[in-house]
Design a binder for this molecule. Structure first.
Ligand SMILES: C[S@@+](CC[C@H](N)C(=O)[O-])C[C@H]1O[C@@H](n2cnc3c(N)ncnc32)[C@H](O)[C@@H]1O
Length: 275
């Protein structure tokens, strides 16, 4: 690999935009190109998220996935490389990051990957005519009203209405792997839910998913001891929560030491399916 290609990749990756220098470089790219970018996985990372998603894809029978907000393609590339028969579409509005994804595709001749360089708002979701078996919607929706769908959500307080509307409009795939941040637009001064309030986020997610036409089949949290996402026991992820369940969930959080995680690692990964 020439220095020219490495510096071109770095230039596209480190483009100084809001979500620049966010994702890791997939291990196959690091190994084969000797190119990497440093991410401090102690406070935010992709390895544990990918391992959880990979395990789910290994058990599933998906032939296609849409990665919304693909960033620099960590999940899209990793899945496309791992599953050559999986059709992977990366959707990313940042042109430099979309070009980064294309460069990697070209170098590795990943014929099972497409790139769409656009932003997906709630109106685009309704009109989107391609269908997929699954979608990744990781850490995108809490930026609605700040980066996209401006005016459709005006304050952090309106987030859950927007979230339900978005899910109700979504028929691009019957399964979504979803992750949502605690802070609206990533702004700590405008929390949707305070990061200390783990149970409130858990409850809001389950309740709003249930009030839309979706249900959560898995809710997983990062465990720093094992460095992996672990599913909350099935019996606890019912949206019909009561005091007893609340205490059991709090107990589970405690046993998994979730309170000690960074805000990023406090965000659960949910797998949701259409009712
Ligand atoms: C916080 S990053 C998350 C990246 C990746 N999904 C992850 O979890 O590692 C948000 C990404 O979503 C992209 N994005 C923002 N608004 C979007 C929209 N309306 N549609 C699709 N992607 C969007 C950003 O450019 C950025 O790459």
């Amino acid at each position: 690999m020439t220095n020219n290609i490495t510096s071109q990749l770095s230039r596209l990756y480190q483009d100084s935009s809001k979500h620049s220098m966010y994702q890791s470089i997939p291990s196959f790219v690091q190994e084969k190109l000797g190119y990497t970018e440093v991410i401090n996985e102690e406070w935010r990372g992709d390895t544990a998220r990918y391992n959880y998603i990979l395990e789910f894809f290994e058990k599933s029978d998906f032939s296609s996935v849409l990665d919304i907000g693909a960033n620099t393609g960590f999940f899209s590339h990793s899945l496309a490389y791992e599953f050559p028969s999986l059709k992977v579409t990366a959707l990313e509005p940042n042109i430099n990051h979309a070009n980064f994804i294309t460069e990697i595709n070209d170098i590795f001749k990943l014929g099972n990957m497409d790139i769409i360089n656009k932003s997906l708002g709630i109106d685009d979701v309704i009109k989107f005519d391609s269908k997929f078996d699954s979608s990744l919607l990781l850490n995108v929706l809490h930026h609605a009203g700040v980066e996209f769908d401006i005016g459709k959500i005006n304050t952090e307080i309106e987030f859950w209405d927007y979230f339900r509307n978005f899910l109700n409009s979504y028929s691009i795939s019957p399964t979504i792997i979803i992750q949502v941040g605690y802070n609206w637009g990533g702004n700590k001064l405008k929390p949707i839910i305070k990061p200390d309030c783990l149970y409130d986020m858990f409850l809001q997610l389950l309740t709003n998913i249930n009030q839309s036409c979706w249900k959560a089949t898995n809710v997983a949290y990062y465990n720093s001891e094992f460095k992996k996402y672990i599913d909350v026991p099935n019996a606890l992820i019912t949206p019909q929560q009561n005091q007893e369940l609340k205490e059991e969930v709090a107990c589970w959080f405690k046993s998994m030491k979730i309170e000690a995680n960074s805000e990023f690692y406090k965000r659960p990964i949910l797998i949701i399916t259409k009712n």
